[in-house]
Design a protein. Structure first.
Length: 213
């Protein structure tokens, strides 16, 4: 018995199976009447799908009655849902769904590539130029030793710069020194605390100026 392939294509264009919403004996019967896979898109998708159940043909539910009727040219029984029901599930998936999935995959790859590129981009290091003033105890304080003590402080992200002595009265001079610090690494409070440990020379220290690089 031969089957009307145009009728099969029209039938499967709006349905996933010959009858119902799961593979059944009706599909098995129609499948076996075909000598090869149909060339039309909907019927070809159905054929490939049913072929994947070939090892389970004997256990599929239902009867072959609807399939026999369809192969004989009769219209299949009306399914529970109306033919024009927009909610019918297409288990094969449409071309639009495949295109959407591909678009989502490409989008995800682009997002991942952008994130990787951003992660590998060298991070800008925030730095500041600081003018620090260090006051001695009196006019008898050895300012050369005071400066030597100040410059002996080493911290990651700290670079000492130029310095000069500035008169503040009564023969007393303070040390004014510039330094460059990496903001994330150097705490100026910690630095001043370290300077206060040189109690033989340092009376106090102040941040006179600070500017971001």
């Amino acid at each position: 018995m031969s089957i009307d392939l145009q009728k099969l294509e029209a039938h499967l264009a709006t349905r996933s199976y010959v009858e119902g919403y799961t593979p059944s004996q009706a599909d098995v019967h129609v499948f076996k009447t075909l000598s090869s896979a149909p060339s039309t898109p909907s019927a070809a998708r159905w054929y490939a799908h049913i072929k994947s159940y070939e090892a389970e043909f004997g256990s599929l539910p239902g009867s072959s009655t609807a399939g026999e009727a369809f192969a004989a040219g009769a219209a299949p029984a009306k399914e529970a849902a109306a033919d024009d029901d927009d909610d019918e599930v297409d288990l094969f998936g449409s071309d639009d769904e495949e295109e959407d999935a591909e678009a989502e995959r490409v989008k995800a790859e682009r997002v991942a590539a952008y994130a990787a590129k951003k992660a590998n981009k060298p991070k800008t290091i925030a730095k500041s130029v600081v003018t620090l003033e260090v006051k001695p105890w009196d006019d008898e304080t050895d300012m050369a030793e005071l400066e030597k003590s100040v410059r002996s402080v080493e911290m990651d992200g700290l670079v000492w710069g130029a310095s000069k002595l500035v008169a503040i009265g009564y023969g007393i001079k303070k040390l004014q020194i510039t330094l460059v610090v990496e903001d994330e690494l150097v705490s100026l409070d910690d630095l001043q605390e370290k300077l206060s440990e040189f109690e033989d020379y340092v009376q106090s220290s102040d941040i006179a100026a600070m500017q971001k690089l």
